[in-house]
Design a protein around this ligand. Sequence first.
Ligand SMILES: [Ca+2]
Ligand SMILES: [Ca+2]
Ligand SMILES: [Ca+2]
Ligand SMILES: [Ca+2]
Length: 271
Amino acid sequence: MRVRHPLTVALAVLFLSATVNAASLSLADKNSTVTIDPSSQAGVSDWHVNGTDHLAQQWFWVGSGSGPEVSLDALTLNSASTSDDDFDPGDEVARLAYSGTGFDINVTLELTGSNGTSSKIGEIIEIINTSSTQSLSLRFFQYNDLELGGTQDDALGYIITPPGNTAIQADLGGVFVSETAATPVPDHREVALGAATLTSLNDGVATTLSDNTGPLGPGDLTWAFQWDVNLPADGTLIISKNKNLTIPTPAAGLAGTALLALAAARRRRAL
Ligand SMILES: [Ca+2]
Ligand SMILES: [Ca+2]
Ligand SMILES: [Ca+2]
Ligand SMILES: [Ca+2]
């Protein structure tokens, strides 16, 4: 067995604690980078793909029972770290661990860039009832404010219902994002404009998302998902989601823009 020099171990521990205390984390994979602030509502604040930032804010809120929800950063942050799991340049995985009263929430984000014009963020959220005697009732929210193409306004946003677990947002230039919350299907969802959803999550009153699935736009589009979580003692819920972003090739972008212009002209004629 190889014995490590005590100084090496001490340095490793120092490095580890420096990572845990980092104010913000950066992920990088191929054509993409992501910035995560685990200690504020800014949350996941940048998603650069091919040099353009397509994301203003993506973050989580949680409410106990029927009480008002708070953002995830209001809980106790136990650890926040990144790692390189695919042995190419850049850390593409972030792991955040929080504790609330009677529960733990662990978030894993994995950035998968490409050598072309697409990018993906996969997320796994683990909600653990830490009581061995009491059941747990929570409402868990994920909020998204994408700004596709680096500009605030986008053409169109909607959620496909049923089953109500895939959100779509598209920009005039043809940049396109879809997110599917594969397991489990959210209990409520909402497409909105501007700060409407964010305001309702921060108003100190228990929120139930409106189930407005759109389509909405053009404008500053947002969407959110809500899960009503009921866990037995020692129970765990795992939520798994994938966000896919596609930037069109110039020809496809022109075709997309032409289609949107045609749809707008039809709407004008119908008025
Ligand atoms: Ca890597
Ligand atoms: Ca835009
Ligand atoms: Ca609220
Ligand atoms: Ca937006």
